[in-house]
Design a protein around this ligand. Structure first.
Ligand SMILES: Cc1cc2nc3c(=O)[nH]c(=O)nc-3n(C[C@H](O)[C@H](O)[C@H](O)COP(=O)(O)O)c2cc1C
Length: 192
């Protein structure tokens, strides 16, 4: 946190995703990525299980990810036209910094439910997005069919006990997202 950082609540209220094609260079430095990961680890986490991990996909591996995306598309939709398969591969190049979000949930933990672990992972990701914002970056999450694909999981070395939840993209926003409309209707009721 620096003196120039906006107050936390302002930052949270202003958070918007920026579409991957508008996330450009520069991306977080190694030191900044360390801070973003510390923000993830600062999220509430029942019994500190860390039911998540992240895989950084460096620029030189984007081509391999594109191959995995194309294979996934072909496997899931064998009749897809070639142009559509090509487009699936192009998604691997979006977002200036690309991280795979891996869930490593313990299904039969005696004390910590699966939903506790999922919530811990979600809290960690939100902390990462907010931390990236404080550093002047933006981000977004994308899952899509690629995240559920066995091919993509295998390519990234994700084990059978783990799940590829989504891709987290970070970068400098090339476009200012529209402010959010306040909408808290239905969020709260009082137990009567
Ligand atoms: C785990 C997760 C996966 C997501 N995957 C997609 C996706 O594949 N495609 C998409 O358009 N939005 C996806 N979203 C939603 C966007 O990332 C984004 O949150 C949404 O468009 C709302 O924008 P906002 O974050 O500015 O409120 C996903 C969100 C989450 C939490």
């Amino acid at each position: 946190m620096t003196d120039a950082s906006p107050p936390l609540l302002d930052l949270i209220l202003a958070r918007r995703s920026v579409s991957p094609r508008f996330l450009v260079e520069p991306t977080p430095t190694a030191e900044q990525l360390g801070l973003i990961l510390r923000a993830a680890a600062a999220a509430p986490d029942h019994k500190s299980l860390r039911p998540y991990r992240f895989i950084l996909i460096p620029p030189e591996r984007r081509g391999d990810l594109a191959t995995a995306f194309r294979e996934a598309k072909t496997e899931q939709d064998p009749g897809a036209p070639a142009a559509e398969i090509e487009r699936s591969g192009e998604k691997a190049y979006r977002g200036a910094m690309l991280l795979a979000v891996v869930l490593r949930v313990v299904r039969d933990h005696p004390r910590v439910s699966v939903s506790d672990q999922m919530l811990a992972a979600g809290a960690a990701i939100e902390n990462m997005l907010l931390a990236a914002m404080t550093l002047g970056y933006a981000g977004c999450l994308r899952s899509g069919i690629s995240a559920t694909s066995r091919r993509v999981r295998l390519a990234l070395g994700i084990s059978g006990d783990e799940e590829l939840a989504a891709f987290l993209m970070l970068g400098t926003p090339a476009k200012t997202p529209l402010p959010r409309e306040d909408a808290i209707d239905g969020l709260l009721s009082t137990w009567e």
